[in-house]
Design a protein around this ligand. Structure first.
Ligand code: 5AD
Ligand code: SF4
Length: 506
């Protein structure tokens, strides 16, 4: 069969001069502009509302959103699903029957981007079959000028590109895409205001995500996030508390407070001294069984927060504390703003205050100039900390970041080999940590059926261990006690305690 790529979907896009396209029609995204941090205060808008004509635009139509990357994107997808619903659209899980398809993308590593370009290729025949179908690209990739240019030049099946600061403008963008023959591009390089009352369709009703802040000002040299997500700006505590209370009233069992660097929460408030520790202290008073937060930056993790977390209650015994590397020189090149010693001191304080805390982390191998000895310091740190689990990555240069200008002089083979050694060490530790649970009784928030076996239920402990066990489906959404009998590297297995099953069955 002939590659469908030859057929122009929108003839007006042929032979376009993209430079003038940007000048005349839209603002291109710019990582340089995104880096410039203004002093002006971020406004908080509470009057999001849809005009009547936009509320009917989706009646009889369906939307499909594919989400890549982190929980922040999952959160944004929930907001976009809410906006679609307000516009009259219905959700679908089948791309074939969708009238609008959005790819909510991730730019953190090159392979994340390649997946999206691959998916756009797969969608092309569908677009040719159904010319009225709208295909949109949003999320972090759309903040990159190089990505937008590439899509404009080679992916004419795309109808709209919009950025992470433009999500609340989805209705206007959709309307314009229906009317326009051109690709609609709306990407603000700088963050706008915080829009408070956006609609939201949450996935499930057991665990909820609550954004506490947006953006990141840390500028780690390898990372694109400060450019794609804008400057740090915190939601007001009263708005967060109200949202968590609302979830609690609706039966949610767990919330995760989200931000790229949650330990910087409140640093942008000009009218009060208020930090994550204060917010977590408020969370303890809310009647919801579990409160998590992610992601932490070791540099801003203060003693007050440790003190509050040590009070326990509904604050879980799990801290995700990305270290990135075990060698202080590499940490300096990464601009992490802490040394190995400082990190270990923090781990020591946390372990002392919260003895059962499970620690997890993120680690990058193969950063420019990483020597074998420096890599071995990552291995030794991992052994010293005894992480319960870790996400490990091969360094991926991101255009526009300072590290991308450093010579990437570690051969790929060496990077892969280091990654394997690191994972082997981490897996050994995870297994021994899990084995320590054998014969203990754990509390499990039952999240659903196991993907592999519908007779088995699955959930997490407060320390974030996955536990599988046999039990009746009506336990889904409740917290039960399980006696652990087996441990694997990633999961625990056990038996439901009759006592909890009995209590719940009433
Ligand atoms: N290459 C590899 N890993 C990266 N991360 C962020 N940027 C890069 C990059 N350029 C990793 C960090 C971060 C996690 C979310 O992704 O470990 O904590
Ligand atoms: Fe990226 Fe560093 Fe900000 Fe995390 S703290 S999002 S790694 S710049």
């Amino acid at each position: 069969m002939k590659e469908s790529g030859d057929v122009p979907v929108k003839d007006m896009k042929d032979h376009k001069d993209y430079a003038s396209y940007f000048q005349s029609t839209y603002q291109p995204p710019s990582l340089k502009d995104a880096k410039k941090r203004g002093k002006e205060a971020v406004k908080i808008l509470k009057d999001y509302d849809l005009e009547e004509d936009l509320k009917r635009i989706g009646v009889g139509k369906k939307f499909y959103i594919r989400t890549y990357g982190c929980q922040m994107n999952e959160h944004d997808t929930e907001v976009m699903a809410g906006i679609f619903t307000e516009m009259g659209y219905e959700p679908t899980t089948d791309v074939q029957e969708a009238n609008v398809i959005l790819l909510n993308t991730c730019a953190i590593r090159e392979n994340a981007e390649n997946k999206v370009f691959g998916e756009l290729g797969h969608l092309k025949p569908l677009k040719l079959e159904k010319p009225d179908l709208l295909i949109g690209v949003c999320g972090c990739m759309s903040q990159e000028e190089s990505v937008v240019t590439k899509i404009l030049q080679t992916y004419d099946q795309v109808d709209m590109i919009f950025g992470t600061h433009n999500i609340h403008r989805l209705p206007q963008i959709i309307k314009e895409a229906y009317l326009s023959k051109e690709m609609v591009v709306e990407v603000w390089s700088k963050e706008g205001d915080i829009v408070e009352n956006l609609p939201r369709v949450r996935k499930g009703n057991i665990q909820g995500w609550v954004n506490i802040m947006y953006g990141c000002d840390k500028f780690c040299t390898y990372c694109i996030v400060p450019y794609t997500r804008g400057k740090e700006r915190s939601r007001r505590p009263e708005d967060i508390i109200e949202e968590v209370r609302h979830l609690a009233r609706n039966g949610y069992q767990e919330v995760t407070l989200l931000g790229q660097n949650v330990n910087a929460y409140g640093k942008d408030f000009e009218d009060m001294e208020y930090g994550l520790g204060d917010l977590m202290d408020e969370m303890r008073k809310i009647d919801i069984p579990r409160v998590r937060f992610t992601t932490s930056h070791p540099r801003d993790f203060d003693d007050h927060l440790i003190e509050v977390l040590a009070k326990g209650g509904n604050l879980v015994e799990h801290i995700h504390l990305p270290v990135q590397h075990g060698n202080s020189e590499i940490l300096k090149l990464m601009a992490r703003k802490y040394t190995r010693e400082h990190y270990m001191e923090l781990v020591g304080k946390i372990k002392q205050a919260i003895p059962h805390a499970a620690l997890t982390t993120d680690i990058i191998v193969g950063f420019p100039n990483e020597t074998e000895e420096q890599f071995e310091e990552t291995l030794s740190l991992v052994k010293e900390v005894q992480y319960d689990a870790a996400y490990t990555f091969i360094y991926s240069p991101r255009e526009g970041t300072p590290a991308a200008k450093m010579i990437d002089n570690v051969p790929l083979e060496v990077k892969k080999e280091r990654l394997q050694r690191l994972n082997a060490t981490l897996n050994e530790i995870s297994l021994s940590k899990n084995e320590a649970y054998i014969d203990s009784v754990v509390e499990v928030l039952v999240e659903g059926e196991s993907k592999k076996n519908p007779d088995v239920l699955t959930g997490h402990t407060s320390s974030n261990k996955v536990v599988n066990f046999r039990g009746p489906k009506h336990l889904i959404g409740t917290i039960v006690k399980v006696h652990v009998t087996d441990a694997k590297t990633w999961t625990l297995r056990g038996n439901l305690l009759e006592e909890t099953a009995g209590v719940i069955e009433g």
